[in-house]
Structures are given as C-alpha cells and as structure tokens.
Write a protein that binds this ligand. Sequence first.
Ligand code: GLN
Length: 236
Amino acid sequence: MRRSCSQPVAGKTAQVRNPQSAFAKASADKSAIRNPQSVTVGVLAVQGAVEKHVQMLERCGVRVIPVRFPAELDEVQGLVIPGGESTTVGKLMARYGLDAKIIERAKEGMPIFGTCTGMILLAKKIVDSDQHRLGLMDATVLRNAFGRQIDSFESDLDIECIGPPAFRAVFIRAPYAVEANSSTRVLARCEDKIVLLRQEGILACAFHPELTEDRRVHEYFIRMVTESLAKQGSRG
Ligand code: GLN
C-alpha cells in the first residue's frame, strides 16, 4: 500500500540511486572524520532486522560489528537498534545486561540510531505499556500506530536534514511519536505524525531505512558519529 505523507518529487521512484551524499558534506566539515573506515558502528543483534542494517552500513563504508554482548559495546562508536519486536528485544537486552551498558555508553556520548522497535525502546514513554525500555529520548511513542502488519505501507518523506529528493520510507507495524519535548527535534512527519526525531546523539525513526537503496538516513547517523568523535577528540 502506498500512502502520501508529503509532496512526492516528480519522477521519484523507490530506488534513489544517486542521493546527495552526506559524506560529501561531512568531508567539507572540518570537525568530521574524513575516513569512514575508521568508524565502527555496532548493530544490536539480539532479534529483528539485523542483517539489512549491517549491509547498509557496510555500503556506507564504515566497519560494522553485530553486538550481542555488553563488552562489544566498548568496541563501537555508534549503535543501531533495528526493527523487530520491542517487548522481546527489551527483555533480551535486560537478560544479557545490554541495556545498562547501552545507557552507560550513551551517557558517554555514543550516538544511537533506533529504527521502529529501536525508536520504541529509546522513548521515555510508551503509550499503555510498561515494557522494558532504554528511555534515552524525551518522547512518547505509540506502538503499531499506523495499524497492523497488513497496513504496512511506503511513503515519500521530505526530510530537510538529508535534503532532496524525498526519501522513500517503508513502514511495517510502525510506531510514531505522539509527543516530543522541546529538546527533541522533529526531522520528519508522515500524515502529520512524527516519524523521525533527534535528541542530541539519539536518532529515532518509525520506518525502515535499511530496506531501501537510499543510504542518506544511515549516512546522516554516521555523520552524527563522526561529529561526536570529533567533539570528544577536541575535548581530550
Ligand atoms: N510493532 C513492533 C513493536 O512494537 C515494531 C515493528 C517493527 O520494528 N517493524 O515492537
């Protein structure tokens, strides 16, 4: 199913082959690390859509490791939390002690990118749910907010921070944020609902950017990682 959430760009298809490269911008920015191979990004690998994120990040040129144990979080400079089933991922994170370590690394400044289930787990509040979560982002999310699996859809989103053209976003039993506080920046909406947001080093989206050819949202996150490393380096 296709839903229209923003003005689609003329001639736009699901495959954006030549999106504007975030690295082009990043390399123009003196505070960013120029060499993406020097960056290691972890993908939380306890359940869910892990492999597609690994492939996407590798295409972006960074080193990637699947994260299953807390100690592996010391080897990464950024972390992706993929889509899946948020109650399961929450329980598994707690069982393996990953939650406490992720929170510790986030407090040290490690950027985290949560997609779908990841967005749910990052939020401080989840409507009508007391499920286990990381609670690192000042936002309230509603699970399965666009409907059930059968209501999965694609939509073209205007996302200013990655620039044109519109981003083809795949929503699968997706949440959205019903509320974000003033320190949280809304980066994209779909049908007026908040589907991409950022609070400092925390980035969360309701859709699945790993399921398209378009690297721009992942590149945006990698830029957050390189910028945070540059900041830490300039402090040290
Ligand atoms: N509905 C799922 C949940 O609540 C999220 C779906 C997804 O990650 N694609 O965890």
